[in-house]
Design a protein around this ligand. Structure first.
Ligand code: ATP
Ligand code: PH2
Length: 182
């Protein structure tokens, strides 16, 4: 059993996507591997959504979701862990915006604005993507103080609806690990 961090930590939000193989199993495995890390705790998960592909259209539908993490890692270290998990789960980088067994994007980290070649925070495309915003709205608390809740709601309202994003099912990976459902 993992000893989860409680102090000296920050909250972070990530987006998960998959459109090859057993999409749900891969997303659940990615969450389990993040939570198994000694410096990462998965706090909350959104529902799962099936979404039409954006950017590169000739590919299968995605499953998308988001998760809130608490971590003792810095943002760059967290991104490295996420990329390692992508590799372990069979992610190959072939086509930009193309099909993938799993994609883990770092959306937002408490108190962090970064713009380097390796990492941009907040994620530069998150506010344009209904497949990110709809699941993000499931888990960002209204009382969250950084303005992320307000910006998520405003971006969703200014979009032409939530076309191409369909509720698929409740995420239940935590029922096995003993954590509570969102
Ligand atoms: N916030 C971020 N989250 C994830 N990767 C980022 C972020 N900012 C910069 N990057 C960089 O983007 C590079 C490409 O990432 P990736 O292959 O996941 O892109 P993509 O999923 O095809 O497109 P997109 O970034 O639009 O979702 C990574 O190597 C990473 O260094
Ligand atoms: N529906 C959907 N479309 C995408 C996705 C994704 O996760 N969902 N990811 C992409 C690359 O980041 C490109 N297009």
């Amino acid at each position: 059993m993992n000893t989860h961090p409680t102090s000296g930590t920050t909250e972070a939000y990530i987006a998960l996507g998959a459109n090859l193989g057993d999409r749900e199993a891969t997303l659940m495995e990615a969450l389990a591997r993040l939570d198994a890390h000694s410096k990462i705790e998965v706090l909350r998960c959104s529902r799962l959504y099936e979404t039409d592909p954006v950017g590169y259209l000739d590919q299968p539908c995605f499953l998308n979701m988001t998760a809130a993490l608490r971590t003792a890692l810095g943002p760059e270290e967290l991104l490295v862990v996420m990329q390692q998990i992508e590799l372990e789960l069979g992610r190959e980088r072939k086509i930009r915006y193309g099909p993938r067994t799993v994609d883990l994007d770092l959306l937002w980290v408490e108190g962090q604005e970064i713009d380097t070649p390796l990492l941009t925070l907040p994620h530069p495309r998150m506010m344009e993507r209904a497949f990110v915003l709809v699941p993000l709205a499931d888990i960002v608390a209204e009382e969250e103080s950084s303005g992320l809740y307000r910006r998520t709601q405003e971006a969703l309202t200014s979009m032409d609806g939530k076309e191409g994003v369909r509720f698929w099912k409740i995420c239940n990976w935590r029922s096995e690990s003993g954590l509570t459902e969102n």
